[in-house]
Design a protein around this ligand. Structure first.
Ligand code: IVH
Length: 670
């Protein structure tokens, strides 16, 4: 391929990928399968590798990361990244208002209120519309350029087009993990037996500084922008600047409000005090800014903070209560979690009786004694946290908590692996919560999806010694189930039907269900696709495993180890005999042709031999595009029976080619 041809192909693929990304992320639609999308990306990556000079700085391949930073470039901020003065009371806010009024010598002014997003600040530099640097705050004077990681943030434009865009500008904002993504991330951690992350902010911060941008891409960071800087901004107020960045395609939280008086600011603060909990990300206060940029400049800054802005921090709802004791929970993977048992107390509308203490380090950090009065706080997370001890109220005779040595469930001595925060019970096959946990993992929706069974049923089946491993589920008879509490003919039948139906679950679900440590759903999918069957996977060597996409050393070692344990091999054999799918039936989609590349289509009317979706698939598989309506950009209108007359008329008027289904078929054949 000549460089010229490569350039054209790169452009074609880039346009297509951008089109599908926009559909997917901004319009919640998709016209091609994930696999086809991955193929397009792969083709682009291959071309970029062959012709590195042609790789564009805003190439969509940057979204999936891949570059490994040994060290980030350290950059001096053109405008230092100041922090904000904090206030915690309405009086302090009124004082601030007084200082502003004085500083402006009695002239009129307006405020602009935004929420204070609890994430990591970032400064993005754009030149000629292209994102060229993404700098962390660092010490405020210099920060690290984490551009490769920032480019994985889907909502961040890599290039912006438009007439009124300054040739160089900086836009600042907050990188965060949404509550939903954070929860999902922790669910995945639990699924594979890893420690969970303590909070979204620190996780976002750690993620942004990771060296492997491909890992960052999977974490699904997001970003809200709230500050525009630069030489020639053509905006007189912060409000205008915000509207500008919104119109350039940056994501701005729609929660802002312009306020004329400090009273209105106070109303804004009150309005969001509780409502902020419904937002997709964590917030910890309000940022109040002077709206006029000229007034901002006149008010200036102290060495550390601007005089034209301040933050009002919401008080975390906190209460004191007595620590009655500590209990310990054992999970599916044997990980032990200490739980604070508290004297019940009302906090932010709910009664709190327990709080997670995470691990032994946390207990040591808090220096907990039984009987202590502890501070309990409800942050952004739903589970309350113990944040400290009221030492003044500590009984002299109280003793510090010592962590348990043996499993509270099966009495086996606990172990703690080097570098891990959690203690583990190593009695995998004899410790009840681990056994029940594995069966619960097996039946969950992402795995075998047996929703006719639940936690309670599993408990009873285990207590009656009817089920000790997932394979035992497939040996259950109706008379076994009728032994269970409140189970009658009908529900027994339901349960059996659910178990039977699970045999149709695809291989990747089975692979996830059997609970190999570190093999989450995504990894199971990749392994299933790559190795095709349980048989092949079980024979794979460590070297072959690390060759597979998404499989690192830790996962590879865990898979090898799993298939070395005879109990596991026996279990897999029994599941195979029960009729579970042990082979991948994912078909390779047909080769993507480029016969219709650069051509766009609208399909209208009905067709004798095709469903409309089928036609769409054919067009997409051959490289064509589907448009939503007839416009000047359209190349072909494929007209079937009873095609819409208005569409025909519009197409004729705009000079769009109107073709019949047989003409379309000829295009594909040639
Ligand atoms: S404006 C000079 N607006 O809070 C003023 N900051 O404590 C620049 N933050 O470093 C900041 N939400 O990381 C601004 N709506 C918002 C914000 C916000 C969160 C963070 C930001 C800043 C820190 C200051």
């Amino acid at each position: 391929m000549s460089s010229q041809e490569a350039k054209a192909s790169i452009k074609e693929l880039t346009d297509k990928i951008n089109y599908h990304t926009d559909l997917y992320y901004n319009q919640n639609k998709s016209e091609i399968s994930d696999f086809e999308f991955d193929q397009l990306l792969k083709n682009l990556i291959d071309l970029e590798n062959q012709f590195p000079d042609l790789k564009l700085p805003d190439s969509p391949t940057q979204r999936i990361g891949g570059s490994i930073a040994k060290e980030f470039e350290n950059v001096v901020h053109q405008y230092p990244m100041l922090s904000l003065g904090n206030t915690y009371s309405k009086e302090e806010l009124e004082d601030f208002d007084g200082r502003v009024a004085k500083g402006l010598g009695g002239e009129a002014y307006e405020y602009f209120c935004e929420l204070k997003f609890d994430g990591v600040s970032i400064s993005l530099i754009y030149e000629e519309g292209v994102l060229i640097k993404a700098i962390t705050r660092g010490d405020g004077v210099r920060g690290d350029n984490v551009i490769a990681n920032a480019k994985t943030i889907r909502t961040l434009p890599l290039r912006i087009n438009g007439k009124k865009i300054p040739s160089r500008f900086e836009v600042r904002g907050e990188v965060f993990l949404s509550k939903e993504i954070f929860k999902q991330l922790n669910r995945e951690q639990e699924d594979i037996g890893e420690d969970t992350y303590a909070n979204a902010r620190n996780t976002a911060s750690g993620t942004l500084k990771m060296q492997d941008s491909a890992v960052v891409a999977k974490r699904k960071l997001d970003c809200y922008l709230y500050y525009l800087l630069g030489g020639n901004l053509k905006a007189a107020t912060h409000e205008e600047a915000i509207h500008n960045i919104e119109s350039w395609g940056f994501q701005v939280s729609p929660t802002y409000k312009k306020c004329s008086t400090i009273q209105e600011v106070l109303e804004y603060i009150n309005l969001w005090e509780n409502k902020r909990r419904e937002l997709p990300l964590e917030t910890d206060g309000v940022v109040i800014k002077i709206n006029s940029l000229e007034q901002q400049q006149r008010l200036g800054a102290t060495a550390k903070v601007p005089r034209w802005a301040i933050s009002y921090k919401y008080k975390a709802e906190s209460i004191t209560t007595k620590l009655n004791g500590i209990t310990y929970q054992v999970g599916r993977t044997g990980a032990v979690t200490p739980v604070a048992e508290l004297e019940p107390v009302l906090l932010a509308g709910t009664t709190v009786k327990r709080a997670s203490l995470h691990n032994a380090n946390e207990i040591a950090r808090l220096d907990l004694h039984i009987g202590d009065y502890v501070f309990v706080e409800k942050g952004g997370e739903i589970i309350p946290k113990v944040t400290g001890v009221d030492l003044a109220r500590r009984e002299k005779s109280s003793v510090a908590v010592t962590y348990i040595f043996s499993c509270p469930e099966c009495k086996t001595a606990l172990i703690r692996k080097e570098g891990e925060a959690n203690h583990y019970c190593p009695n995998e096959n004899g410790c009840p919560p681990q056994i029940k946990g594995r069966i619960e993992h097996f039946i969950q929706r992402k795995a075998m999806d047996i929703d006719s069974l639940g936690e309670q049923t599993i408990k009873q089946l285990f207590d009656l010694s009817l089920v000790k491993t997932p394979a035992d589920l497939y040996d259950l008879k109706k008379e076994n189930l009728l032994q269970l509490d409140k189970v009658k003919e009908k529900s027994a039948q339901n349960m059996l039907a659910g178990i039977e139906a699970s045999k149709a679950a695809p291989f990747e679900s089975v692979l996830f269900a059997i609970g190999i440590r570190f093999v989450g759903k995504t990894v199971a999918e990749k392994l299933a696709h790559y190795f095709k069957s349980m048989d092949q996977l079980s024979k794979a060597t460590y070297e072959q495993l690390v060759e597979a996409p998404e499989v690192g050393e830790k996962i590879a070692a865990s898979v090898v180890q799993f298939f070395q344990v005879s109990e596991n091999l026996r279990e897999v054999k029994r599941l195979t005999a029960a009729g579970l799918k042990m082979e991948s039936d994912q078909k390779e989609p047909e080769e993507v042709s480029s016969k219709l590349i650069e051509k766009s289509f609208v399909i209208s009317g009905t067709f004798e031999n095709y469903e409309r979706d089928q036609l769409k698939d054919i067009i997409l598989a051959n490289g064509g595009r589907i448009l939503s309506g007839v416009s000047g950009k359209l190349d072909y209108l494929v007209a079937g029976e009873s095609v819409g007359p208005s569409k025909l008329e519009k197409a004729e008027k705009l000079g769009v080619k109107i073709i019949s289904i047989s003409e379309f078929e000829t295009m594909i054949k040639n």
